[in-house]
Design a protein around this ligand. Structure first.
Ligand SMILES: C[S@@+](CC[C@H](N)C(=O)[O-])C[C@H]1O[C@@H](n2cnc3c(N)ncnc32)[C@H](O)[C@@H]1O
Ligand code: SF4
Length: 427
C-alpha cells in the first residue's frame, strides 16, 4: 500500500515534473548531440578517497591507497581526453572539486589532473575545492593556493569534542579551530565551513555556541546541515542518527539564522549563510555541468547521467578506452523545468525572466498557480520579476528535501554503491 509520504511525492512529481516515475537505465547517451549547442558548462571533479570513513557519510569514497590513487589519476586524464573533442571550445564557467577528500591527492597527482583539465577545456573560472581539516597545515594551504584554488570548503562538522567523537572525526575542537584560522589567514576569496547540527544529544546552547564561534573565526560562509541518516550508511543502518524530529531541527535552524544574520551574513541557499560581497561557494547548482570521476553526475539539458561508483570499474573502463557511464535518463521538458526550479528554489531566490530565457515559456503560465498560495502563506515573496523564499519557506523546502532528495539519493547512490553497472533504478 502507498504510504502518505509516497502519495504526496507522487502527486508533487506528477504536477511539477509531469511524471510519476523517473527511470535511470544503463544506456550510453549520444554525447556528441547532447553537447552540441551548449553555451557554457560547469565542471565537477570527484576524488573518491579518504583517510578514514565517517559513519554518517553518504558520498562515494573508499580508503586512500597510493597505488589505486595513481591509477585513478591516470584514468581521470583519460576521461578528460575522451571529453575534450566533444566539449571543444565551450567555455567552462564553474569548476568544483569534491569528494571524498580532494586533499588526499594534494601531493599525489591533483596538480597533474588540474593541468590536464586546463589544457583540455576552455576554462574561464576559478577553482572551488573541498578539504579535510587535518590536511590544512600552512605548507598544504600554500600548495592549495598555488594550484589556483580560490574557494576552499572545510569539513569542520562540530566544534565540541564530544560531538566530534560521536561523528568519529579525527581531530579535537581546538585543532579544527586552528585549521580554520590558518585557512582564513591564507587569502582565499571564500572560505566555507561545513557544520552539522541536530546531532544526537546536542543541546540548543551547543548549537548556539558553535554557530557564534564559526562567525568569530571569520569564515566567509557557513553551510549548516542537520544530520541526515542516509539509509545505506553505517549510522543510517544502526539508526544512530538523531532523527530528532523536524521541530527540533527547525528551532536549531532558527538559532543559527539569528546568529548569522546578526553577524552580517546573508542566506544564499537553504543551508548556507554567506558574507555580503563574498563570491558564493557554489557546488552543483550551475545549470548544466559535466562530471568527471567515479560516481560523478552530468546534466546536459535533456539528459542526466552517472558514472559508475566503483573505483576499479571506473579505472578499468577508461583503461579500455570507454567512458565509465553507468546510468542515464532522458529528461522531458517538464522534468527539466522541475529540476531547474528545484535548484533555483534551493538558492532561495530566482527571477522569472531567467526561467523564460532558459525555456522560452512564461514562468507564471507554468508554475504561477503554485506560487500564488505560497505567497499567501508567507513562504515566498514576489518582488516584481524576483521570487524570494522567506525563512519559513526555506524551512518547508527542507522538509520537502527530506521527503525527496534523501530518498532519491538513498535509492540511486545506495544501488550504485552495491552494483557498479545497475540495469535500471526507478525513483
Ligand atoms: C565531502 S564532505 C567534506 C570534505 C571532507 N571529506 C571532510 O569530511 O572534511 C561533504 C560534507 O557533507 C556534509 N555531510 C556528510 N554527510 C552528512 C550527513 N549524513 N548529514 C549532514 N551532512 C553531511 C558534511 O558537512 C561534510 O563536510
Ligand atoms: S565525511 Fe569526508 S572524510 Fe568522512 S567519509 Fe565522508 S568524504 Fe570522507
Amino acid at each position: 500500500m502507498l504510504s502518505v509520504s509516497d502519495g504526496i511525492k507522487r502527486i508533487l512529481k506528477r504536477s511539477l515534473a509531469g511524471t510519476g516515475q523517473i527511470v535511470l537505465q544503463n544506456r550510453l547517451p549520444f554525447l556528441q548531440s547532447k553537447l552540441r549547442g551548449i553555451e557554457e558548462l560547469g565542471l565537477y571533479l570527484h576524488i573518491p578517497f579518504c583517510r578514514q570513513i565517517c559513519p554518517y557519510c553518504p558520498y562515494n569514497k573508499e580508503l586512500y591507497h597510493s597505488e589505486v590513487a595513481r591509477e585513478y589519476v591516470d584514468a581521470l586524464k583519460r576521461e578528460i581526453d575522451l571529453y575534450s573533442p566533444l566539449v571543444g571550445g565551450t567555455p567552462v564557467t564553474s569548476f568544483y572539486i569534491g569528494g571524498g577528500t580532494p586533499t588526499t591527492l594534494l601531493h599525489r597527482g591533483l596538480g597533474e589532473v588540474l593541468e590536464h583539465v586546463y589544457r583540455a577545456f576552455n576554462m574561464q573560472c576559478e577553482i572551488h575545492m573541498e578539504s579535510h581539516p587535518n590536511d590544512l597545515s600552512r605548507e598544504n594551504l600554500a600548495s592549495i593556493t598555488s594550484l589556483g584554488v580560490k574557494h576552499l570548503s572545510i569539513g569542520v562538522e562540530a566544534l565540541q569534542d564530544g560531538h566530534l567523537e560521536t561523528l568519529r572525526r579525527p581531530y579535537t575542537a581546538q585543532e579544527v579551530k586552528n585549521a580554520v584560522g590558518r585557512a582564513v589567514a591564507a587569502g582565499f576569496d571564500c572560505v566555507n565551513a561545513d557544520f552539522i547540527f541536530a546531532l544526537p544529544g546536542q543541546t540548543f546552547g551547543e548549537v548556539e555556541q558553535a554557530g557564534s564561534e564559526l562567525a568569530e573565526l571569520g569564515v566567509d560562509q557557513v553551510a549548516a546541515y542537520p544530520l541526515f541518516g542516509f539509509p545505506y550508511t553505517r549510522l543510517g543502518r544502526e539508526g544512530g542518527h538523531s532523527n530528532s524530529g523536524l521541530l527540533r531541527r527547525r528551532r536549531m535552524l532558527r538559532l543559527l539564522e539569528r546568529i548569522f544574520y546578526g553577524a552580517g551574513y546573508e542566506r544564499t541557499s537553504v543551508w548556507a549563510f554567506t558574507k555580503p560581497e563574498v563570491p558564493k561557494y557554489c557546488s552543483v547548482t550551475v545549470p548544466l555541468y559535466l562530471g568527471l570521476g567515479a560516481s560523478a553526475g552530468s546534466y546536459l539539458r535533456d539528459v542526466f547521467y552517472l558514472n559508475t561508483f566503483n573505483v576499479s570499474e571506473y579505472i578499468g573502463a577508461l583503461h579500455n578506452g570507454r567512458l565509465p557511464i553507468a546510468l542515464s535518463v532522458e529528461l522531458s521538458e517538464r522534468m527539466q523545468m522541475a529540476g531547474w526550479l528545484y535548484w533555483r528554489v534551493y538558492e532561495t531566490r530566482f527571477t522569472k525572466s531567467d526561467f523564460e530565457q532558459r525555456f522560452g515559456r512564461s514562468f507564471d503560465a507554468v508554475y504561477g498557480k503554485y506560487f500564488g498560495p505560497l505567497s499567501w502563506l508567507g513562504l515566498a515573496q514576489e518582488n516584481g520579476d524576483e521570487i524570494v523564499l522567506s525563512d519559513e519557506g526555506t524551512y518547508w523546502l527542507h522538509v520537502l528535501e527530506d521527503l525527496f532528495s534523501i530518498d532519491y539519493v538513498g535509492k540511486l547512490w545506495g544501488t550504485s554503491t552495491q552494483d557498479p553497472w545497475p540495469e535500471r533504478v526507478v525513483l
